[in-house]
Design a protein around this ligand. Structure first.
Ligand code: CP3
Length: 345
């Protein structure tokens, strides 16, 4: 077994395992060397390249888990979204969903065929990774829907909210298709051999509570109900900006709650069901601070969490592209040196 899997199941571990969101990406010169030669979508669609990029941060830092190099918008693309990534702008969808007609025209695709390159990358990775567990992932239906309706990144989801409030039947149609496609996608990843799953609901925190229940909790529950997970790989939910709704989130059939940098993670540890592990939550911008300050802040997070079986060190959101990799090494080394022995013995 691995530290990461043990912690995800709230089994006592000798230290906190560590991985970081977006650990495979632009802050690494070895990633940028590939990116200079290939388009982002070409990279995720080529299993050999996706495998190499996934392994880069494992080789460099010895993280306790690898996360598949891919993107949450592959599912939108499989459903017919005309997706591209534009330098300086992020994802752009040329044919956004704006009506019930648009939603019902989406492609009924066999995800196993359209996203076959993902299962091939997982197979390759499993043979390369040895004992390091592999995290598979998908975007939650709400966050993927937000890109499909907005057509690009949005600060306030104005277009999505107009759509959601004025055409709830169209929103329901879109979400229903996303729930089914995402379940097929995650089932494919589980069959291909991932050791855990993380669901990203990046924009869930922009919703009011009733909408959060309707468009975040309800669809995620429907999605989880559709999973075939005979080996019981642990499931993590990361929904940025939603720690106030911990009670709804921890009633889902999940093993790990991912926590953003704003939440008081030790306090959450006291509140939530002790059978649910916590993951997080260093402010990604903390990696811009002087190394002595950074080290102190890492320790400040580790100390209170050492008393609670079921803690996975991570950032509170993805690492930023201009962070110095030496700062990542300092974080990893600090976490690895901080043993729990004195607490458990
Ligand atoms: O974590 C990892 O290392 C695995 C790979 C991964 C990527 N995206 C690679 C990526 C994962 C897990 C994601 C998830 C993802 N993608 C989310 C949810 C997590 C989060 O950060 O909130 C979202 C909202 C997306 C959609 C997306 N993809 C956006 C908004 C962007 C552009 C903004 C940005 O960060 O560049 C992407 C592009 C993207 N996804 C890159 C990478 C490495 C950069 C691509 C490049 O090289 O130009």
């Amino acid at each position: 077994m691995s530290l990461y899997i043990d912690a995800a199941h709230c089994r006592p571990t000798s230290r906190a395992p560590i991985w970081i969101m977006r650990q495979a990406g632009r802050y690494l010169p070895e990633y940028r060397a590939f990116r200079d030669k290939y388009g982002f979508l070409d990279m995720i669609r080529t299993p050999e390249i996706a495998t190499e990029i996934t392994l880069q941060p494992i080789r460099r830092f010895g993280f306790d888990a690898a996360i598949l190099f891919s993107d949450i918008l592959t599912v939108a693309n499989a459903l017919g979204a005309d997706l591209s990534f534009v330098e300086g702008k992020g994802p752009v969808i040329a044919n956004p969903v704006r009506s019930l007609h648009d939603a019902s025209q989406l492609v009924s695709t066999d995800i196993r065929l359209s996203l076959d390159y993902v299962s091939r990358a997982i197979t390759l990775l499993k043979s390369e990774l040895g004992a390091t567990p592999l995290i598979g992932f998908a975007g939650a239906p709400f966050t993927v829907a937000s890109y499909m309706v907005e057509g690009s990144s949005s600060r306030d989801l104005r277009t999505l909210k107009q759509f959601m409030y004025s055409a709830p039947d169209a929103m329901e149609e879109l979400m229903d298709r996303l729930v089914r496609a995402t379940a097929d996608y995650l089932n494919m990843q589980i069959e291909a051999g991932v050791d855990s799953i993380q669901i990203f609901d990046t924009w869930a925190g922009l919703l009011s509570y009733p909408e959060f229940q309707e468009w975040v909790i309800r669809p995620i529950r429907a999605l989880l109900n559709r999973l075939r997970n005979p080996a019981g790989v642990p499931i993590t939910i990361f929904a940025k900006g939603t720690s106030a709704f911990w009670n709804d989130l921890t009633q889902l059939p999940i093993q790990v709650l991912g926590v953003d940098w704003q939440a008081d993670i030790p306090a959450l540890g006291q509140l939530i069901n002790p059978g649910i592990a916590l993951q997080g939550n260093l402010d990604p911008m903390m990696l811009y601070s002087p190394s002595d300050v950074l080290k102190k802040r890492v320790l400040r997070l580790l100390e209170p969490m050492a008393n609670r079986p079921g803690y996975i060190f991570n950032l509170g959101h993805g690492i930023l592209p201009d962070v110095n990799p030496d700062q990542v090494k300092l974080v990893v080394d600090t976490v690895k040196e901080y043993g729990y022995e004195r607490v458990y013995s």
